[in-house]
Design a binder for this molecule. Structure first.
Ligand SMILES: Cc1cc2nc3c(=O)[nH]c(=O)nc-3n(C[C@H](O)[C@H](O)[C@H](O)COP(=O)(O)O)c2cc1C
Ligand code: SF4
Ligand code: SF4
Length: 394
């Protein structure tokens, strides 16, 4: 099975990357991640801003589907709520770099440097330091979900300003020749204007996206979890991220690194079908550890085999291309729900489901009446596969 992927001229042995976060901070964590089987590692962001390097301030709250703290069991749709600011100092980072690069090379893993600087001159200095010391690719983090406490020149505040993004990228582009990835914030009204500026400023690829800024309330204590507004995400956030991934895939020629919500192999396939060539993972990796990666790779291979795909390249953007523009929806064929009496068990579960008054009971049978508009809501109530099937009627 061909899992190889080339982005901006750099080839990855598979499309799974460890995203920039605490699991890739420092040498021991990097070792664990590199050995997990990932195709690439984006290091924890490097910054000159002292306030963002305080590891002792890190707080995590892992919440269940009701936004209550998980106790012993993490559900599939968890929320990862975190406030960290434990970025790396350029000098510490540089000290460990030769060891990290050697490790990455031994395991055929692409090592990507991540920058989240404040001042324009620091973006340039850190980028130059990375490129001059053998880093093959860098990611500019323009999407950290920080709010008022950080310099205007960094994080989502910077990523929300197309001209400011452009200035940073142009400056970095002028001092390094290696490929530059720009990591975007999802928290904007019009991402495509930013993506256009990012492309014109010379980016080679985009990461879509960093996390949203959230506010999660602990009702027992009447306070926000982690004591603050914080980065929020988890697998449930996929449709919001994938909307941007698909829009960027359709509206920009830049290759996409998908991030924000992937936790298992099927999530990775979703991101690829939405348009991402590579997938970055942070939260799930931090919760499950390195065993996550072989599990995901096995899942992807099994899926591709079952569906008859020979290479991951075949599936990239397939769902984005299939999306019907909103203005064209009226051209869709009209449909009605067909009920197969031979399959229906007459359990009655669907009877209260129809807002169009189309589902009735006649004797012991359920019938679909003329007022059915084919909205498919009743499908969610039916436990019997094949009992209800939408059918085009023109
Ligand atoms: C604890 C934590 C720390 C993070 N630190 C960084 C960072 O330093 N730089 C960065 O670009 N993104 C950072 N991120 C964002 C992740 O790289 C990733 O884009 C995001 O978590 C979404 O992916 P996920 O759903 O796999 O967690 C961090 C995320 C978490 C959870
Ligand atoms: S498809 Fe919609 S309109 Fe038709 S029966 Fe089901 S719920 Fe009612
Ligand atoms: S829920 Fe499904 S199986 Fe049950 S009555 Fe309705 S169509 Fe039949």
């Amino acid at each position: 099975m061909d899992l190889k992927m080339t982005v901006a001229g750099v080839t990855f042995k598979n499309p799974l990357l460890a995203a920039s976060a605490n699991h890739v901070r420092g040498i021991e964590n990097t070792q664990r991640v590199v050995r997990s089987g990932v195709g690439g590692v984006v290091c924890k962001s490097v910054t000159e801003l002292e306030g963002l390097r305080k590891s002792e301030n890190a707080r995590f709250a892992i919440l269940d589907e009701y936004h209550r703290p998980c106790q012993g069991k993490i559900p599939r749709m968890y929320t990862f709520y975190s406030r960290t600011g434990s970025m790396e100092h350029p000098d510490d980072w540089l000290r460990d770099l030769p060891l990290k690069l050697k490790l990455a090379q031994e395991h055929n893993v692409v090592f990507i440097g991540s920058i989240a600087a404040g001042k324009p001159e620091s973006w340039i200095a850190i980028a130059r330091m990375m490129a001059d010391n053998g880093v093959p690719m860098i990611e500019l983090n323009l999407g950290c979900p920080h709010y008022e406490k950080v310099a205007e020149g960094m994080g989502a505040l910077l990523g929300q300003n197309p001209e400011a993004c452009s200035r940073v990228i142009t400056a970095v582009r002028s001092v390094v020749k290696i490929p530059v990835i720009v990591k975007l914030t999802p928290q904007v009204a019009d991402l495509m204007t930013i993506v256009k500026m990012v492309q014109e400023a010379g980016a080679d690829a985009i990461t879509v996206s960093n996390r949203f800024l959230g506010f999660a309330v602990d009702i027992e204590n009447g306070r926000p979890y982690t004591g603050s507004m914080a980065g929020v995400g988890g697998p449930w956030i996929k449709p919001l991220t994938q909307r941007w991934v698909a829009q960027c895939y359709l509206g920009s020629p830049l290759p996409i690194l998908g991030s924000n919500g992937a936790a298992d192999w099927s999530d990775v396939i979703e991101f690829m079908m939405a348009g991402a060539s590579l997938i970055q993972m942070a939260g799930a990796f931090m919760l499950e550890g390195p065993r996550l990666i072989p599990k995901i790779l096995e899942g992807i291979e099994a899926f591709m085999k079952r569906k008859g795909y020979g290479s991951v390249n075949e599936i990239i953007g397939m769902a984005a291309r299939a999306a019907i523009p909103y203005t064209e929806l009226h051209r869709l064929p009209v449909q009605r729900m067909r009920l197969d009496r031979g399959v229906c068990t007459r359990c009655g579960n669907c009877l209260g489901a129809c807002y169009y008054g189309a589902l009735h009971q006649k004797g012991d049978e359920v019938i679909v009446g003329e007022s059915c508009v084919g909205c498919e809501l009743c499908l969610a109530f039916c436990p019997t596969p094949g009992a209800l099937t939408p059918e085009a009627i023109d």
